[in-house]
Ligand binder design. Sequence first.
Ligand code: TRP
Length: 447
Amino acid sequence: MKQQRGQFGSHLGVLMAIIGSAVGFGNIWRFPYLVGENGGGAFLLLYLGITLVIGLPLMLSEFIIGKTAKSNCVGSFKKLKPKSKWHFIGYISIITGFAILGFYSVIGGWTIFFLVDSITGAATTSTELSSQNFDTFINSAWKPAAISLGFVLTVAAIVLRGVEKGIEKTNKILMPFLAIILVALAINSLTLDGAKQGLTFLFNPDFSAITFNTFLDALGQVFFTLSIGMGVIITYSSYVKNEYNMLKTQLIIITSDTVIALIAGIVIFPAVFTFGLNPSEGPTLAFVVLPTLFAQMSGGAILASLFFLMLFIAAITSAISILEMITAFMVEQYKISRRKAIIFPTIIIATLAVLSALSQSDKYTIEVMGLNFFDFLDALSANYLMTIAALLTIVFVGWKMDKSTVRNAFTSNGKYYTMLFPFIRFMIRYVVPLAIAVIMLSKLNII
Ligand code: TRP
């Protein structure tokens, strides 16, 4: 019996699911920091330009593949170019998916622990406690491992329920909630004494700070934040009904992702400057600096609870998209039921998550190539696998797919933006592959 493919029930569902995938830790602790450190408003302009010129064509390419082939990240390439090796890109995506989920689930587990601690008030009772909290927790080793297992199982339970009932429904409920929490926290931050200084750090343009490296940073961030180069967009767009206006949908997704990242900056920097701390990036910002700040604010426990709830939502909606990418592959390529298909990836991810949680504690040394396992998974996926897959994907759309097929997908069979197509195709064939090649070479220290 041929299995019925899942489909998103509404356009809003499509938007919420893809925005849910895109909005993650990259928006909350990486983007604001990058902007502040690299010339504020000047970096922002650069970032917006790169998002439009490079991010958009990349996302469009994945969309074109998914929408045309209506299959998973491996099957899509097989359908579009049978008897070729291009579906290899899909296998890279699967490996990347496992690697990302392996450490993302650990951070997901941290958000759960800190959420519970915030609700009980433990995370914010005193400044000393909040800064020690993270260290003690990480070093308790099996506790973060167990909680990240809980995170993995929750993700699996949602994906098991299917595209419309599980993924779409969860995103439709959680994403608006995330937006509301974020805006509430931003309003609170704007009332703090350091608001002006924080906003200046974030927005004041300093064009002298823009160098070749800033350019690369911006490029890398655009890539990471839009969940590009992982087959996730291919998978989600294969569930989209044909008649939607693709470019408009993409613009809404990209704008929302950027606006959410900016509001995260408005939440963070006024608070950081009010209490005279240094801006930093990465998990330390969310799990050490911010709890320290919340401990000093009135209503800190409530603010902290909201913040970690938001972080949890950002994490789980991204994790769902990755597991769906892998599950869709298993269901369609091995022709097994969703229930069966989900067991194998869940076991692997759970194992990776436990290993990377343990590798973060002082008690266990789990290293690969000189990095602890957690950092190894992070570096492997973000620095290498995603970039290679994205490059190959866009070359595939630009040079291997029929021009008419690409055109029909982009314009919904001639309905929308036909005039723009030659420009978009030029970007897909020349500009974007070149830009990615430059990032790759510079990451390998070749240029
Ligand atoms: N976009 C996510 C963020 O901003 C991170 C991410 C990268 C991701 N690739 C992904 C999430 C693939 C889901 C799927 O944090």
